[in-house]
Design a protein around this ligand. Structure first.
Ligand code: ADP
Ligand code: MG
Length: 624
């Protein structure tokens, strides 16, 4: 027999150090974690067995046993699930590659007290056994394999893997309970923990304890502890909030509170049960490029897959939970799920239901909905351009910050505040709210009390390209085209002075191709200068996003430069512009004006060094 020694990955060692020295008061969660893993393992084997029934040959009924031996001071959790082979043991129980644990590591601060509190929030999976055990043996045999392995560790630095014998496939985890953790050698305490955290588990959990009485007729006493029926199949009225929460933690591998729970049964031509949760915190993988939804598909209570892209659209990928179909065949393969008509109708109906639940929430609980929107709004808005059918519904739900500074507002509320003759829903796009608020193009709108929406999610640029209007009102970017801010009485002011015309001519000459046009601005009231996109050109922020993602080839389009005739600097420059040789004397000033406008956009000057040199020369000049 061979035994190999392995060191834990450095991160795991750090985690284990914490577990071993943990003073966390709810150490009982280790059992929830082991039961959750055991149940996942059975689900996996059941699914693999659908297409490869040899794997199920010696599995029998799926079940979880918890065996208590007070004398030996051990607790053993065993399952007849998928099991782990040599390499699985190393990668699953020696590194950190998994959902809950890596989220935990990201939050860890290095301050033991703070980190200990995180254990409850995250669970941290398998490694939590080292809170209550000073030695752990994992005996496992993978379905389809003859060989079994024994993984053993005291949670300090190293673990060993040895060849072993195991009659049935599955995993058996034996904990040698620490002295200060003997509360977990008590039958009623254990029953209580299982009831509290694992009642919803879809398999029988049996507690077996060695009979302590000497010469007892029954050497072992055993009892099924959990309800064992799938939680979603039970009537709503029988389920407590606490049970929903525990189920959410299990099914989502998450540890926040579910913000919204949607549980119903659809009857009719297609029958299925839905138990979905909206998390209160953003899941770790929310912005993964794969955009995969994580809802688990069951068929008649049997787990099929959690890798089912057709169950929910990508813009609802933050949802977690279960959809259990009565109509799909049990032996359905992942390939057969694609473009399956039953799946399509479930997906459409569930999508509608989720959106209408969100509508309800927006009406009944606007604080709760605002919170939801802050976490998931930028994802939901992908639906505006992806899901034509739901577009109007999503637009109606969408919330935006605006110059009205009233917090988040709907488009309907914006429209209700529009000025009498205003035809356009104005918006400005930027990377952040702070950046948007500073943009000079807003000045004229603010001065005229015209509300402008801040569009600060990258996704906004994309849907705005595809949605020209809402409720008959055009969307209009305040950084594109001529600003429609005319005041009838002030019409005569529109005449340019000869000085301003001269400055415009000088700027055009000096800046050449770098600008598309130079014109007096209606949107500036304070700043000297800003850039805007010409009517038919792409918005500047959009162009920047595309460039960032390498989606745009070639040169950036030239912009229209707008100058503020009332600004002191512009007045001074305009006075200079009528003098002889002004094209030459205003050469640096022209370039600095353009660079300054670019900087306000959040861009760099074309040539930062030249910009600094010019500015230095001007500053030096001003003190002569
Ligand atoms: P998570 O469950 O979030 O993935 P854990 O730390 O709880 O993280 O478990 C780590 C991994 O170890 C699991 O993803 C699984 O692959 C494997 N594992 C743990 N327990 C078992 C088990 N009883 N049977 C089979 N595999 C298991
Ligand atoms: Mg786990």
């Amino acid at each position: 027999m061979t035994t190999e020694k392995h060191g834990f990955e450095a991160e795991v060692s750090r985690l284990l150090h914490m577990m071993v020295h943990s003073v966390y008061s709810e150490r009982e969660i280790f059992l929830r974690e082991l039961i959750s893993n055991a149940s996942d393992a059975c689900d996996k084997l059941r699914y693999e067995g659908l297409t490869n029934d040899k794997l199920l040959k010696d599995a029998g009924e799926f079940a979880i046993d918890i065996r208590l031996d007070k004398e030996a001071k051990t607790l053993t959790v065993s399952d007849n699930g998928i099991g782990m082979n040599h390499d699985d043991l190393i990668s699953h129980l020696g590194t950190i590659a998994r959902s809950g644990t890596s989220a935990f590591m990201d939050e860890m601060s290095g301050d033991d007290k703070k980190d200990t509190n995180l254990i409850g929030q995250f669970g941290v999976g398998f490694y939590s056994v080292f809170m209550i055990a000073d030695k752990v043996d994992v005996l496992s045999r993978k379905a389809g394999d003859k060989k079994a392995y024994l993984w053993a560790s005291d949670g300090i630095g190293e673990y060993t893997i040895s060849d072993a014998k195991k009659e049935k496939t599955g995993t058996e985890i034996t904990m040698h309970i620490k002295k200060d953790a003997d509360e977990f050698l008590d039958v009623s305490r254990l029953k209580n923990i299982i009831k509290t955290y694992s009642d919803h588990i879809n398999l029988p959990i049996t507690l077996i304890s060695k009979n302590e009485e000497k010469d007892a007729e029954e050497p072992e006493i055993s009892e099924k502890v959990n309800d064992g029926t799938a939680l979603w199949a039970r009537p709503k009225s029988d389920i407590t909030d606490e049970q929903y929460k525990e189920f959410y933690h299990h099914v989502a591998h998450a540890f926040d509170e579910p913000a919204t729970t949607i549980h119903y049964r659809a009857e009719g031509k297609i029958e299925y049960t839905v138990l979905l949760f909206i998390p209160s915190q953003q899941p770790m993988d929310l912005f993964d490029p794969s955009r995969k939804p994580k809802v688990k598909l069951y068929v008649k209570r049997v787990f099929i897959t959690e890798d089912c892209e057709d169950l929910l659209p990508g813009y609802l990928r933050f949802m977690r939970g279960v959809v259990d179909s009565e109509d799909l065949p049990l032996n359905i393969s992942r390939e057969m799920l694609q473009n399956n008509p039953v799946m399509t109708s479930i997906r459409n109906a569930v999508t509608k239901r989720v959106l209408s639940e969100l509508e309800k929430k927006a009406k009944k609980d606007s604080d709760g909905f605002n919170k939801f929107w802050q976490s998931f709004g930028s994802v939901v808005k992908e639906g505006i351009y992806e899901d034509f059918e739901q577009r109007d519904k999503i637009l109606k739900l969408s919330l935006f910050e605006s110059t009205a500074d009233k917090g988040l507002t709907t488009l309907d509320d914006y429209i209700s505040r529009m000025n009498e003759d205003q035809k356009t829903i104005y918006y400005i796009t930027a990377d952040t709210l702070e950046a948007a608020k500073r943009l000079p193009q807003l000045e004229g709108f603010k001065a005229k009390d015209i509300e402008v929406l801040y569009m600060i999610d990258p996704v906004d640029e994309f849907w705005l390209q595809m949605v020209p209007e809402y409720e008959g009102k055009q969307f209009g970017s305040v950084t594109r085209g001529a600003a429609d801010l005319d005041d009838k009485e002030e019409d005569e002011k529109d005449e340019n002075t000869p000085e301003l015309d001269a400055l415009i001519a000088v700027l055009k000459t000096n800046l050449g191709e770098a600008v598309k046009d130079v014109r007096p601005s209606k949107r500036l009231t304070q700043s000297a200068v800003c850039l805007v996109a010409d009517d038919e050109d792409m918005d500047m922020h959009m162009e920047r996003i595309l460039k960032m993602h390498n989606k745009l080839e070639g040169e950036t389009s030239a912009r229209v430069m707008e100058i503020n005739a009332d600004n002191d600097l512009i007045k001074t420059l305009a006075a200079q512009a009528t003098k002889d040789g002004s094209v030459e004397t205003l050469k640096d000033a022209s370039q600095i004006l353009l660079d300054q406008a670019r900087i306000m956009e959040g861009d760099l000057p074309d040539d930062p060094v030249a910009f600094a040199t010019r500015l230095s020369a001007m500053m030096a000049g001003s003190f002569k």
